[in-house]
Write a protein that binds this ligand. Sequence first.
Ligand code: FE2
Length: 364
Amino acid sequence: MTERQKKMTGIRVCLVAGLMALASCGNPGGSASESSSSAAESGSKPAPAGVLNVYSARHYDSDKAMYKAFEADTGIHVRFRESGAPELLETLKAEGTASPADVVISSDAGTLYRFEAAGLLQPLDSDVLKAAVPEHFRQADGYWYGFAKRARVIAYDPARVSPEDVDQYTDLADAKFHGEVCMRSSTNIYNLSLMGELIGRLGHDTAQAWARSVVENFARPPQGGDTTQIEAIAAGECSVALTNHYYYVRMTQGSDANRAAAAKVALSFPEQDGTGTHVNVTGAGLAAHAPNRDDAVTFLEWLATPAGQRWLTTETKEFPIVAGVDLPKGLEALPDFHQSDFPLEELGTHQAEAQEIYDLAGWN
Ligand code: FE2
């Protein structure tokens, strides 16, 4: 057995354990849908030449516009299927070699890793993508490439917490925050991926101790999503929490209630004096049995163009991954920050260990 095969065998174990708990980004409804960028066609049959089948775990109107823009640029028609990542993964497995999928898109390197580990992606060696996407934001063998970035930051109540008290992830474990920490479930992929980096940076034992101390600081049992944690801080239920940056940015442009809550909360980008803030990606890869491989490569490389980057991030409020592309509206209000260069493919290899650490700590 090669090193890679050994690695992948280990991954499959964690894949089964983690699958049911997998939370997908930007998937409020969670129900599967099949659609087309320009006509109501079925996504369940192999696409004829010039048609690309995209399976996406994202649910944004801007993605539908993105597919149309790609079609206008290239003449390649896009059929897309949007669903939660666990459902997409099961669909791809069930379809096997007959799958019409050409491209798989999902948020979080930890989730992309689950597709990779299940044998649902194939490697792509693209000089275009290797030049556009920094090495730590893509899988080393080309199974997936990151196309948009998100930072996992500390949200805090600036009326009760000083910025210097939340400038490291380890601050969340400090006794000064006893009864002050709100968190979402540890089974959420964002928390698993952050723990993956903490394991890699700090080692197993220190990461375990951190998780135990954070749990001791909980204001309430883990619940809700990232937005829920920001709302809880605004409501005074707790003073610190973890969130991906874009949930906060969307709130600043949301309803009156959203904007009022966001106005009471500040963001800290941790580890500015050290290894940098934990960042993750929305990424994509070639489906293992892509019937339209050439068109799929064209699409993936298009995602790294300025147009592709803008469409990917305009509504999500993620950061473009390609240098020099304009930021989506709202991100200009965030600070320039030092980001971690931790290799994202390691978040997956640490996933089972991360869940075990959270479970032992009692972080449900
Ligand atoms: Fe998300």
